[in-house]
Design a binder for this molecule. Structure first.
Ligand SMILES: C[S@@+](CC[C@H](N)C(=O)[O-])C[C@H]1O[C@@H](n2cnc3c(N)ncnc32)[C@H](O)[C@@H]1O
Length: 285
């Protein structure tokens, strides 16, 4: 219903090409295919909003206009880029043009509204059942929804910082101290092709017996459709120095893995046999 494998857009595009993704002035980019009508309908009110900045309804029209301007195609291209490059490359990509991060997250939220359950909410619920004194690291926090949803101290990490509390870095190399976190969370964020190095970093940052929670898109773990074997994935993580506590397949769109850090055993991720995780490509809406 919400996401599916599909060839890169450049192979499917029939409509005239829009501005190149790297264009810095995104305000001039074409509105997305499925938002064209919204944009036209809003034309009058958005013109008015530029004249009156104090009217709340005008500012919401402005936001609508900005959202409408977001190209679904651009979102899917950024998304595909993140799933097919290393964390280093992704960091450079967003550093060159941080506006792509906003574009990605607007498109991501549009996709997520079709999911019956948000994985980040399940993780928030889980954390609320634990002690609020647990220190959490949210690897690939996006808009830091996790930090906003729990009373715990949360180190939020992402490639771009949209909030002063978010640490902008490649999550393979965080500035966090070793053994400083009780819980490490990856919520739909194992995107880079070097994803094992993110898990190795989580192992470093976690205290002994600390929790590692991973929520990932179900289709990435569907062996009958080119996805990884979830047991092989789980075994690889265990070889890194974790024990598998449980897996939750009950949600329609994503799987949740729960691990605990064993002890000091910490081989490099290169010595572990990691399954490839296929990209999660979203369909046009
Ligand atoms: C699909 S979003 C999920 C955001 C958030 N966890 C949530 O559930 O709302 C994945 C996030 O991981 C981030 N990410 C991907 N690779 C990263 C890396 N190497 N270092 C830091 N963040 C990364 C992306 O920038 C993006 O914000």
């Amino acid at each position: 219903m919400t996401e599916e494998e599909q060839p890169p857009l450049s192979h499917k595009r029939k409509r005239p090409r829009r501005r190149r993704l790297k264009a810095r002035d995104t305000s001039q980019s074409q509105p997305p295919h499925d938002a064209n009508n919204i944009n036209k309908n809003n034309k009058k009110s958005t013109t008015q909003s530029s004249k009156s900045t104090l009217n709340p309804s005008s500012s919401s029209s402005f936001l609508d206009k900005m959202k409408a301007k977001l190209s679904g195609g651009h979102f899917r291209m950024i998304n595909e880029k993140l799933y097919t490059c290393t964390g280093d490359e992704a960091l450079n990509y967003f550093q060159e043009d941080p506006s792509l991060f906003n574009m990605y997250h607007t498109g991501y939220q549009q996709q997520m509204q079709y999911w019956p359950e948000q994985p980040v909410n399940i993780i928030i619920k889980w954390l609320k059942d634990q002690s609020p004194s647990l220190v959490v690291t949210d690897f690939g926090c996006g808009e830091a929804l996790l930090a906003q949803g729990v009373p715990n101290k949360v180190h939020s990490i992402d490639l771009v910082s949209k909030h002063p509390s978010v640490i902008a870095c490649d999550m393979a190399k965080t500035p966090l101290d070793s053994s400083s976190a009780d819980v490490a969370v990856f919520c739909l964020s194992l995107m880079g092709i070097n994803y094992p190095s993110y898990l190795q970093e989580a192992h470093r940052v976690l205290k002994k017996s600390g929790w590692l929670l991973i929520a990932e898109v179900k289709s990435r773990f569907d062996p009958s459709n080119g996805g990884a074997d979830p047991n092989k994935f789980s075994r690889a993580i265990c070889s890194l120095g974790f024990t598998s506590e449980s897996k939750d397949f009950s949600n329609k769109m994503f799987i949740l893995f729960y691990f605990k850090k064993k002890g000091k055993h910490n081989p490099t991720s290169e010595t572990v046999e990691w399954p490839e995780l296929k990209p999660c490509l979203y369909k046009r809406r």
